[in-house]
Ligand binder design. Structure first.
Ligand SMILES: *Cc1c(COP(=O)(O)O)cnc(C)c1O
Length: 355
């Protein structure tokens, strides 16, 4: 990590908290931002001017390179409130590591632990009352970085802004989703940037997703760029299947390595399931649904944790998966993760990062 001795974070408190304006019983995703944000600038080869300030607009140059050439990355993390009122962030160290892998791929500077993790902790201790406490709710945390050099030349920017904003999110009652196997458009290719959480990965997914929506599917099941033969991800979440007695997640360098996917695979292994990270072909999945070998399929990500999949469309035919209530592993893992993240059971793994 870049040298970060003596990074000082200055704090400017908000005068009037906006908290009284928030209706916690009716939260829409990303609607109310918490009172404070963390902002840091990278310039002349180092991080400086690290501060926590009231949430508000940033001023940018029209020639700022992120707007033109897309050096922009982000993370998504959640914090939960324990029954005793303590606030806990789920595995943010993994997001920090991934953020810096994304940064390296896009020629952006790494963000030191003192700013990303210690800064986040300080931000949340200030805004801890923004963490909702009803079942299913959380504080969504969005760290991000973008290139700020005001110059139209194509080269890695010399300056960057890193920021963390947060917002309370309501209970996510995840309905089962339908997926269309995508055999025309591509999310990521070998040698590309699919493994990194960069803004462009989302921009390119919007149009194919819109087409799939128009055909009656909620999301896309992405396949490999060369042959469209192997399964990669579901929309912007990872995929996990139960095939026979194995818990299986697609493998490959184009896949974004989700913290939720990793967590669920670690739990599966601990619980004595056979686990595999390997290529899964569309044909294997379709044959397995028809034979009954594929008993569970879900998308895994920070937003919904586990989103059951009930229907998969491939080449004009729809394949229906077994009823949700029969899905032993997916329901068990979702329930366990809820208990753990809300601090209602012991945390034997050290995954809860308590403020
Ligand atoms: C963020 C993301 C995921 C899920 O990662 P988590 O760390 O579990 O939230 C999966 N796929 C893509 C493309 C993503 O951007």
């Amino acid at each position: 990590m870049s040298s970060a001795e003596h990074i000082k974070i200055t704090v400017e408190n908000i005068e009037d908290s906006r908290l009284p304006q928030v209706d916690f019983s009716n939260l829409k995703f990303g609607q109310f931002m918490s009172d404070h944000m963390l902002v840091a600038n990278f310039d002349n080869g180092k991080w400086e001017n690290v501060k926590i300030v009231p949430y508000g607009d940033l001023s940018i140059s029209p020639s700022m390179s992120a707007l033109h050439y897309g050096q922009a990355i982000f993370e998504g993390i959640k914090a939960y409130k324990f029954p005793d009122g303590r606030v806990s962030i789920f595995r943010p160290d993994k997001n920090w590591e991934r953020f810096n892998r994304s940064a390296s791929r896009l020629c952006m500077p790494e963000v030191p632990q003192e700013i990303f993790l210690d800064g986040l902790k300080q931000l949340l201790s200030l805004d801890k009352d923004w963490v909702p406490n009803q079942e299913g709710t959380a504080l969504y945390i969005r760290p991000f970085m973008f290139a700020t050099e005001a110059a139209l030349g194509v080269h890695p920017s010399k300056s960057y802004t890193f920021a963390i904003i947060t917002c309370p999110v309501g209970a996510y009652y995840s309905k089962p989703i339908s997926l269309k196997v995508e055999t025309n458009y591509v999310r990521a290719s070998e040698g590309g940037v699919g493994f990194s959480k960069n803004a462009g990965n989302y921009a390119l997914s919007l149009y194919p997703t819109q087409l799939a929506n128009n055909q009656g599917y909620d999301q896309i099941m992405w396949t490999d760029a060369k042959e469209h033969r192997f399964i990669e991800e579901a929309g912007t979440a990872n995929l996990i299947f139960r095939i026979g007695d194995s818990i299986i997640t697609p493998h490959g360098e184009t896949i974004l390595h989700g913290v939720t996917r990793r967590t669920i695979m670690e739990l599966a292994e601990k619980w004595g399931f056979k686990t595999e990270q390997r290529l899964v072909s569309v044909q294997e999945l379709i044959d397995g649904i028809e034979s009954g070998e594929v008993s569970e399929a879900f998308a895994a990500g920070t937003a919904a944790t586990v989103t059951h999949i009930d229907r998969i469309g491939f080449n004009g035919t729809d394949y229906t998966l077994p009823p949700i209530e029969n899905r032993e592993f997916s329901n068990k893992v979702l329930n366990y993760l809820n208990e753990l993240r809300y601090g209602r059971i012991d945390d034997p793994f050290g995954w809860n990062f308590i403020i």
